[in-house]
Write a protein that binds this ligand. Structure first.
Ligand SMILES: NC(=O)c1ccc[n+]([C@@H]2O[C@H](COP(=O)([O-])OP(=O)(O)OC[C@H]3O[C@@H](n4cnc5c(N)ncnc54)[C@H](O)[C@@H]3O)[C@@H](O)[C@H]2O)c1
Length: 269
């Protein structure tokens, strides 16, 4: 019987219903992992494009089960401490522990910094940054217990450079780098690794949503950052899956506290 890379592992994934989170959930399940999938059950007001649903989570569960693995799905908000706590408890009760956290839930939106409302600023920071903190707070004790945990925060190229009309997004994504670096120091002694992932644009519903808000196409949204050196407007979700599989695996056992850049050359000086 062949063994798979993530046999016996449990992975907690936020923002799992769509886009990169969904692809990673399926990619790791294919390699033997059981998945705790967390996402919004209902639409939130900002940004106006976001429309995840319970149906998306149910579909993911069916798709994971079709691969012969198990899923616990939880409809909640990464800003809500009770939701996060309950999802972690439910997952641990089902699977006995957690080995890997892919902290990926996020929103994006445009607006010049002087035109953003305080509410828009706070929504961005609380979902993209505070949500990452809150989920890690409840997952970390289980990663420590596993003796070999990994946290991957899905940041962005916007976590390593600024983008106009995205100050709140860039600030939240830079914030994840600080969170990860500090946690890498805290957790190294427990053999728990912490890494941030920095993709350039990815072909997901997020770009469709931003295009809808701007009255343009998803390709034009991707090309706006206008810095990919390699000839592609964006990455596909499979590129993110390959990166997460590597970072989360024992092949990357000495990688911690650093930034894994997947930018098609965008950040090259
Ligand atoms: N798409 C890109 O171009 C791109 C590039 C670099 C980084 N990222 C980052 O990658 C991550 C995944 O994005 P994606 O491209 O798959 O986008 P997406 O919009 O397709 O998926 C994001 C998921 O997060 C969920 N989510 C949003 N707010 C939530 C909340 N408060 N609580 C729980 N779940 C919530 C959404 O419902 C959605 O299912 C995000 O953090 C994003 O910022 C995206």
């Amino acid at each position: 019987m062949s063994t798979k890379r993530f046999d016996g592992k449990t992975v907690f994934i936020t923002g799992a219903a769509k886009g990169q989170g969904r692809a990673v959930a399926l990619g790791l399940a294919e390699e033997g992992a059981n998945i705790i999938a967390f996402d919004l059950g209902e639409k939130i007001p900002y940004p106006a494009y976001n429309r995840s649903s319970n149906d998306d989570l149910e579909k993911l569960k069916d798709d994971i089960e079709a691969l012969g693995r198990k899923a616990v799905i939880y409809a909640g908000d990464v800003r809500n401490e009770e939701d996060v706590k309950e999802a972690v408890e439910r997952g641990v009760k089902e699977f006995g522990g957690i080995d890997i956290l892919f902290s990926n839930a996020g929103i994006a939106a445009y607006g010049y910094s002087w035109e953003l409302s305080l509410e828009q600023w706070e929504t961005m920071i609380s979902i993209n940054l505070t949500g990452g903190f809150l989920v890690s707070k409840y997952v970390i004790p289980h990663l420590i217990k596993s003796g070999h945990g990994v946290i991957i925060y899905n940041s962005s190229v916007a976590g390593l450079r600024g983008f106009a009309r995205m100050s709140h997004y860039s600030a939240s994504k830079h914030g994840l780098v600080g969170l990860a670096r500090a946690q890498a120091i805290e957790l190294a002694t427990y053999n728990v690794r912490v890494v941030t992932l920095h993709p350039t644009g990815v072909n997901t519903p997020m770009n469709d949503g931003l295009a809808e808000l701007e009255g343009t196409t998803a390709i034009e949204i991707a090309e706006r950052s206008a810095g990919n050196l390699l000839k592609t407007p964006w990455l596909e979700t499979e590129d993110i899956v390959h990166a997460v599989k590597y970072i989360a695996s024992d092949e990357a056992r000495y990688m911690t506290g650093n930034q894994f850049v997947l930018d098609a050359g965008l950040l090259t000086d």
